[in-house]
Design a protein around this ligand. Structure first.
Ligand code: FE2
Length: 295
């Protein structure tokens, strides 16, 4: 399914990436924007093919039994997750392994995501992430000194791509006074059938519901407001290949499972304003010797 042209949060990207006033107004009202053709098909393919190389390398360096133990031992899993803040971590779909720890499908089709420092650890993703066009976009949204804090390559695999419950990204990356912002690049068409994003336009003005905190080496959800999201008001946010979906840090969004035959690859970045306070108990903390970088 192609995006409808008449959604008030959907526009053609400007060549420089800068938002024009009607785009900014729309983002203020809805908390979400979809910019078609922000990334060229060629660059989408270059990022996909770089990820194929990263996976091929991962496959030669790791045994499946080790991967399985990372996935199933909660203590090791949390440590691996925390270490990925300054590294490239590999996270699998829950349905990818059978009870004996064997992958039920090819490794390339088993991954949920590769994250969280691709933008600082891999030269191809780094060049893309720190491109002046992305900085121009963020500056036009009021981020005077944008810093990238997190990157994720999300696969949403055919058949087994799992659900992502409604959430606000500020749950994971709490900053004040400027909230964090999510940039979601569709590297393939994202449709209702293959598990596109859904969101609740206008509800970014609601307070933060949950914080996800690091306490020492422990991770904890702190519920601030238990009011459930009104999913009946959610709308699909289909995005054609090359589109950029911009998500306000308080915009409630999620996605449903992918039971289709097609994958739905996306690359996401989260940025913050360097002059805003980055909460010291956010789960994502970088080692001192590897700080967040200005764009
Ligand atoms: Fe999110």
């Amino acid at each position: 399914m192609q995006p409808e042209n008449n959604q008030p949060w959907e526009f053609d990207a400007t060549p420089s990436g800068t938002l024009i006033p009607k785009m900014r107004q729309s983002f203020e009202v809805y908390g979400v924007l979809i910019l078609r053709n922000f990334v060229s098909p060629y660059v989408c393919e270059a990022l996909k093919s770089r990820m194929s190389e990263i996976l091929a390398d991962f496959k030669t360096r790791n045994r499946i039994t080790d991967i399985f133990s990372i996935q199933t031992n909660n203590h090791i899993k949390d440590r691996y997750f925390l270490n990925s803040t300054g590294d490239i971590g590999f996270f699998f779909e829950e349905e990818a392994f059978d009870k004996d720890g064997k992958l039920t499908i090819d490794l390339e089709l088993s991954l949920n995501k590769v994250s969280h420092a691709l933008h600082d650890k891999d030269p191809v993703f780094e060049e893309f992430s720190y491109h002046p066009k992305i900085k121009s976009l963020l500056v036009s949204l009021g981020y005077r000194q944008p810093q990238l804090v997190q990157s994720m390559y999300i696969f949403k695999q055919p058949h087994i791509g799992g659900i992502v419950g409604y959430h606000q990204d500020a749950t994971y990356l709490y900053t004040e006074p400027m909230p964090p912002i999510g940039l979601w690049f569709a590297l393939e068409d994202a449709t209702i059938e293959n598990g596109c994003l859904w969101g609740i336009p206008g509800q970014h003005n609601e307070p933060l519901r949950v914080r996800f905190k690091r306490e020492g080496t422990e991770l904890r959800h702190q519920v601030i407001d238990a009011t459930p999201w009104n999913e009946a008001k959610a709308v699909p946010l289909p995005a054609t290949k090359g589109s950029l979906v911009i998500l306000h840090g308080y915009f409630p969004h999620g996605s449903y499972s992918n039971r289709s035959l097609l994958s739905r690859h996306a690359y996401t970045l989260h940025a913050i304003e360097a002059s805003s306070r980055y909460s010291p108990d956010n789960w994502l903390q970088r080692p001192k010797e590897f700080p967040f970088r200005m764009m």
